[in-house]
Design a protein around this ligand. Sequence first.
Ligand SMILES: [Zn+2]
Length: 143
Amino acid sequence: MAKEEKKQRDPDITFFHPDLLEVPEDCSSPFLKGYRCKSCGQLDFPNLNPCPNCWGEEFEIVPLSRRGKLYSYADIFIGQPGLQTPYIIGYVDLPENLRIFAMLDGEVGSFQCGEEVELTVGEIRKNRDGLPILSYKFKKVNG
Ligand SMILES: [Zn+2]
């Protein structure tokens, strides 16, 4: 009997990253969750526990800016297993002096370093049952 057949199948659910992304139920705009250390004030994304600056273990959640500047990006034609190519990844610099790694929502070849992008929510991949897994992405501000 093949090994795969014996392996127990976990229930597969479609999910956000609730520790990273807040999608308010009142339909206001989603935001990324910054974590500010209650001892020294350092702001990080994602949460680093303990705080790399002071080893503090208490944090307050701070909504991060929804817009930032595209620092760098790459169009991916040979991707990770399970990801449909092409897709785009990039680093976005937020005004809070945080650099966020994210997938970009848009056309391959259409992004430029330094341009303004904004937070959006979209499909980052499909799960085993072919359902979309949603999480944060960034898209062009104009388009
Ligand atoms: Zn700290």
